[in-house]
Design a protein around this ligand. Structure first.
Ligand code: IPM
Ligand code: MN
Length: 353
């Protein structure tokens, strides 16, 4: 018998539980086929629990989660809870607390998937965004002065540390080196954010000197939004800061076919990583069996890859490609031609074959 992996499951809010259920169906099919096992434990963190108990992540949750090899997350965000509470109290707290300093977001157009980019084909859209995941404006450094008065001042600081930038850039160079095209683009804003982005540029040049085999490029964040639409084939690996990465990966998700297929990993290479579909909790589709589970399934595939089950990860990706090209009418919620559960079953069946 193969290895056993300990996985914490946080299905979360909205459509999270529906897509995670299908993801686990596929992961278990892969486990059976490739002879490993998954010891899963479910946690009820999310909006419902918060409404019941006033608690986001309970004390001790981080220490407990650290004992797992990975976390499989559905979605965090609840229509009855003020924006920010669950996002900061759960999602960001997990990313920061577990030092998941890389947010890895592949942007890959599978054959048979419709992209809004006329004339672009799967061979044109195949890149990965390496988003820094623990610093920047997300660090939450700032505050309000004279709140609620006409003299109110609001400050939120863009924080970057040498260590945080360097480990992220190094990760991106290592990743670029493993890919056939070996090209890394730094996405920044060096023309305006001269301090913070200047640090990124210096570290990029410095670390880059150790990677003569990797082709280097630079694009401003505003310009990259143009190029990702006009010439997505230019990109292989893009490395960028947290907020820029947040924004450009939503754009990336759209050109690869939408939130129904976009997956990501919050990576701590030496600790517990967390894998999630990058779309939100989609309250309006909740409980209707119409949401597309493929993003969650692809996130599960990424998780297998990180656990070292490469063959199983490839089988999941191949099965997803078969289902999108041979079965689904569309990747959009309610338009797939199948229910959420049927899509999960089809992928699981292909994996098991
Ligand atoms: C994402 C989300 C989160 C982020 C939110 C929910 C805090 O948009 O994972 O991209 O901004 O990182
Ligand atoms: Mn986002």
């Amino acid at each position: 018998m193969g290895k056993e992996y300990k996985i914490a499951v946080i299905a979360g809010d909205g459509t999270g539980p529906e897509v995670i259920k299908e993801g686990l169906k596929v992961l278990n099919a892969a486990a059976k086929k490739f002879k490993f096992s998954l010891a899963t434990k479910e946690y009820d963190f999310g909006g419902e629990r918060y409404k019941r108990t006033g608690e986001t992540l309970p004390d001790g949750a981080l220490d407990e989660l650290r004992r797992f090899q990975a976390i499989y997350l559905g979605a965090i965000g609840h229509p009855d809870v003020k924006p920010g509470i669950l996002e900061k109290g759960i999602l960001l707290k997990l990313r920061f607390g577990l030092d998941q300093y890389i947010n890895l977001r592949p942007v890959k157009l599978y054959p048979g998937v419709e992209t809004p980019l006329r004339d672009k084909k799967p061979e044109d859209i195949d890149f990965v965004v390496v988003r820094e995941n623990t610093e920047d404006l997300y660090a939450g450094i700032g505050g309000l002065l004279k709140e609620g008065t006409p003299d109110e001042v609001a400050i939120q600081e863009m924080i970057y540390t040498r260590k945080g930038v360097e480990r992220c850039i190094r990760y991106a160079f290592e990743l670029a080196r493993t890919r056939p095209r070996k090209k890394l683009t730094l996405c920044g804003k060096t023309n305006v954010l001269t301090y913070v982005q200047g640090l990124w540029q210096r570290v990029f040049d410095e670390v880059g000197a150790e990677y003569p085999d990797v082709q280097k490029d630079y694009a401003h964040v505003d310009a990259i939004c143009m190029w990702m639409l006009k010439n997505p084939e230019w990109f292989d690996v893009i490395v960028t800061s947290n907020l820029f990465g947040d924004i450009i990966t939503d754009l990336g998700a759209m050109i690869q076919g939408g939130m129904g297929i976009a997956a990501g990993g919050n990576i701590n290479p030496a600790g517990t990583s967390m894998f999630e579909p990058i779309g939100g909790s989609a309250p309006k589709y909740t409980g209707k069996n119409v949401i597309n589970p493929l993003a969650a399934i692809c996130a599960g595939g990424m998780m297998l890859d990180f656990l070292g089950e490469r063959e199983a990860a490839r089988a999941v990706e191949t099965a997803v490609m078969k289902v999108v090209s041979e079965k689904l009418k569309s990747l959009a919620a309610g338009k797939m031609g199948y229910g959420t559960d049927e899509v999960g079953t089809m992928v699981a069946d292909f994996v098991g074959r």
